[in-house]
Structure formats: C-alpha cells, structure tokens
Design a protein around this ligand. Structure first.
Ligand SMILES: [Zn+2]
Length: 535
C-alpha cells in the first residue's frame, strides 16, 4: 500500500462546497466565510474550488471580486459556476455569460441540460436549440480565454430516457472545447453498477469525463468511485458531504479512497494528513457540528470500545483498523466504558502519560472504580476530561484541585409577564482568599457558571478563556424502584481545544455543578496553572 502511489497526471479534485454544498438546509455562508473556506481548501490541496455563481446574486459576485484582489491560492484554481446562454440568444450578448466572463476566474463551469424532458419542460426550448446553447456558450468563453468545464445536469436519468440525445450533448460540449464533461447524478438516484455501465458507454465519445454525485441512495461516494474505475478523471464533491437533501459526495472520503485504496496521488504529497483538521475547521465555519461517524475524519472513525479489542490493539492496532488514522490526520481513540477491560484503561493511561503496565494493583483499582462509577450513571466514553482527572487522582494520590468549595446555592424566580431568571451564590476559598460571589443567569446552570467563573477568575485569570459550548442532560432510569438520576455532560473550549466533563446527581443542578467544577479544573490543569490552594 505504501510503495509508490501512482501519480495520475492532472487528475481533478474539484470542490463545490461553496456552491452546491451551500444548498444545504440551514447553511449560510457570508463572503468572509467563503474566503476562509477557500483558504482551507487550498491548504488541503484541492485542484479546483467552485466559488459560486457570479451574476446570480450579489454575494457571489462580491466574492469573486474580493477573491480576485485578496485570495492568494497556492494549489487551487478558482472556478465560476453558471448556466449556458438563454434560448434563442447569442452568448456574447448574454448578461449571465458576461458575469462569468468578467468574474476573473480562469475556469468556468457551465451547467447544461442533457435530459430531453428537462430541455422541453424546464428550458421550454427544442433539443436542437439546447445543443446550440451549449456549443455557442462554450465556444464564446474559450475564445475569450477561459477554460471551460461543462456540468451535464440530470445526465444519468437523461441517458436512461434518451441515450442518443444525452450522448450528443456530451459530444457537443467536448467538440466545442469543454475540457471536461461532468456527468451529474442530480437527483442522486443511481447505484454504482449503473454508473459504471453508463460511464463506460459515454467514454466512447472520447470526451474527458467527470462525476458529480448526490447521496440520495447513500451511494454518492460509491458512485464516484465506480465512475473513476470506469475512467473519469475529475471528481466533484463537498467537504463533510454538505449539499441539499442527503448531500453531495463527501470530497474528503473520495480523496482518501483514491489515495489509500486506489493508490492514486490526487492531492499534493503529504496533504491528506491535513484532512481531519481541515474537515473540522470548515465545520466550524459552516456551524454544522461534524458527524462523529464521518468516514476517515470523524472522532469515532477510529474509536474502539470493547475490552477484547483493546487487548489485541495493544499488540497490533492495525488488526482493528482499515488504515493508520495518521494518514488522514486522525487518531485512534480508546473509549473507557464498563465494557472495557484493564487493557483499555492501561492504553488510555499511556495516552495520557501514565504507565500502568507495571502496576497491576493500581490498574485493577482504576478499572474497578470506572466500572462502579459507570454503574452509578457516569460515562467516561464521552467525558475524557473527567476520566483524566480520575486517573490523575489515582496516580497522584489526590484529585487535582484549584479551589475549595464551601457551599453553593441557586434560586429561580418567575414573575408574571417576565422571563424566569436565576441567581446563584458560590462560596469558596482560592489562593488563600475566601470568596462569596453572586452570579445571575437565564437559567440555574448559567447562573452557577457565572458565579463560579467570577469567583475563581480573580485568582486564575485563565478561566476567562473557557467557554461552555454544549450542555447535554440525560435522565437515567436505574430501575429497581429507585429514583431516576440525572447525568450531565458539559463541553468546554478555550478556543483551541475542546473537553467534555460529566456529572451525576439526584437532580440536574447537582449533576451540572459537578461537571462544571471538573470543566474548570481540567482546563486549568491543561493550561499548566499551579494550584493556589491553602488547605
Ligand atoms: Zn449537484
């Protein structure tokens, strides 16, 4: 697998996150968002970045103007997307074609119809005029010095409805000077073996072919791979599989498959190892939390749970992984759970810098404690930070501590016609000083967070950088007639890293308090802050 990847001369990795990906429900990108995404895509080393449709809306027009001035791309070429000229017009006089010509992009991707019924019903023109629109638009932009790719919308469905016409449109685009003719599964209804058959047939036209697949059958990536196998040398997709309905082909999954399974070098050497970081960075911009189960880049992609696995992983991690996660910049993760045996805890300890291998007694004690706590409602699978504090306590003899809590209290109040508000009082000692602080918030946990934060910030200024980003509550039914208990998971960030802590209690506030204290303690410890506590 490692011995010399096959360099495919000029294979196109074409990203359409900012155009087709932005069609996703709830996804909105500002011009500045697009500038940031373009830089990340360039860092990943994609060949082409489709920036949008200049002329169709002011934001996309503005993006191309700004990109021409400020976007300094190292690898990628910016492509402008747009339609062929209007029916019964002339490309040179067409307003939308002019916007493409004047976009400053050296590549234009024209979308054209290749399905006869779409020509007649959507474009309301003749099949012959549609061919003329393709020929005229491509020829014109080529003459004006731009490279032209042609996206054939609804190609696969069109091929099935009228094969001869679909092939004629593909051949017309190529004859007019389109560098690549991209076959689009616009409705996303294809399966890999159909794609394979159709691409093989279209290849007889001699045109250079590309694939643009949607995921409605769950096969967008598989269809893209089938198309490459059948001869396409241009793959379109979106980061994190963004796109309308069920999304577009996930470009990183496609690229990782091509490099690691097909042995093709399609990104600049070494760039694939940036994939996980970049997929997550773009998710920050789109504000769509990345899926934990995303192939290659998900946080669970290389996570192992069962104790039985873990003991084998200690011998050889590759026994349970399809690739070395480092190849895509991801990490193997061991999940500490009640299913986990000593081997998981030992490996997890090693990950955190503790050697438990030669300390069987301590290892057994930690394992028993984890199992007991999980029975009580804790979960360490998600709450890595709380597990680290537990392990530190076992290894160092005492739980890391930065402040000594005397008491806390929280009140909730609702007056007629007003929103409920909360007030919390926290009393603690930190840095030799006794502090009593009141915090207000829109809810009890928010008020507690404010009070605790204000109190310890006076001694530990680092906490000003900690922000709660997620808060999850689960009511656990313990059965056996006992009362239900509450588990709270809190996700905190310092702007760079993210950590999760857990609390369990008879009520939500008690559980939240425990998770909050862990969140601040873990953050301070991570920042290398010395505890200033006088017991
Ligand atoms: Zn599409």
């Amino acid at each position: 697998m490692t011995a010399g990847k096959q360099h495919v001369s000029d294979f196109h990795v074409y990203d359409t996150t900012m155009r087709d990906g932005a069609q996703q429900e709830g996804l909105n990108l500002s011009v500045q968002d697009k500038m940031h995404i373009a830089r990340h895509l360039d860092d990943l080393g994609v060949g082409y970045i489709e920036g949008g449709w200049p002329g169709s809306n002011p934001k996309d027009t503005e993006f191309f103007a700004l990109a021409a001035k400020e976007l300094d791309l190292k690898h990628a070429t910016l492509a402008a997307f747009g339609a062929t000229r209007r029916a019964d017009g002339v490309a040179a006089d067409d307003e939308l074609v002019a916007a493409l010509r004047e976009s400053g992009a050296s590549v234009v991707t024209l979308v054209a119809k290749s399905h006869d019924r779409h020509v007649e019903l959507a474009l309301r023109t003749t099949l012959a005029e549609n061919l003329a629109m393709v020929r005229d638009s491509v020829t014109h932009l080529r003459e004006e010095g731009q490279r032209v790719f042609v996206d054939l919308e609804h190609f696969f469905d069109g091929y099935r409805a009228n094969r001869d016409y679909a092939l004629e449109v593909a051949a017309t685009a190529a004859d007019a000077g389109a560098e690549v003719v991209i076959l689009c599964d616009t409705n996303g209804g294809m399966l890999p073996h159909w794609v394979s058959e159709i691409v093989t047939d279209v290849a007889t036209t001699g045109a250079r072919l590309g694939i643009h697949a949607h995921n409605d059958t769950g096969c967008a990536v598989a269809n893209s791979m089938a198309a490459v196998q059948a001869g396409v040398t241009h793959v379109q997709g979106c980061i994190n599989g963004y796109g309308e309905r069920t999304g577009n082909a996930d470009l990183i999954t496609c690229v990782a498959n091509l490099e690691l399974k097909f042995d093709m070098q399609v990104l600049p050497e070494g760039k694939l190892a940036e994939a996980t970081r970049i997929a997550h960075a773009i998710a920050e911009i789109t504000n769509y939390p990345p899926s934990a189960r995303q192939p290659y880049t998900g946080v669970s992609s290389f996570a192992h749970k069962a104790g039985l696995h873990a003991s084998a992983i200690r011998v050889d991690p590759n026994l349970y992984q399809h690739i070395d996660p480092a190849l895509v910049g991801n990490d193997m993760r061991l999940l500490v759970s009640e299913m986990a045996g000593r081997a998981t805890i030992e490996l997890k300890g090693k990950e955190l810098g503790y050697d438990l291998a030669n300390d069987a007694k301590r290892l057994a004690r930690v394992t028993d404690r984890v199992k007991q706590m999980e029975q009580d409602g804790y979960t360490f699978e998600a709450a890595d930070a709380s597990f680290e504090l537990l392990l530190a306590e076992e290894m160092e003899g005492a739980r890391p501590s930065y402040f000594d809590v005397e008491s806390w209290r929280v009140l909730a109040e609702s007056a007629r016609g007003e929103e409920a508000s909360s007030e919390a009082t926290v009393k603690l000692t930190a840095g030799g000083v006794r502090l009593a602080v009141i915090g207000e918030g829109n809810g009890p946990v928010n008020a507690l967070d404010h009070a605790l934060r204000q109190a310890i910030e006076q001694v530990y200024p680092d906490v000003a950088r900690f922000h709660l980003i997620d808060f999850r509550v689960r009511i656990l039914d313990q059965g056996h007639g006992t009362d239900a208990i509450t588990r709270v998971l809190i996700e905190t960030t310092d702007g760079k890293d993210v950590w999760v802590t857990v609390g369990v209690g008879a009520n939500i506030i008690e559980a939240s308090w425990e998770a909050l204290v862990d969140a601040f303690t873990y953050g301070l410890r991570k920042h290398g802050v010395d505890p200033r506590i006088d017991h």
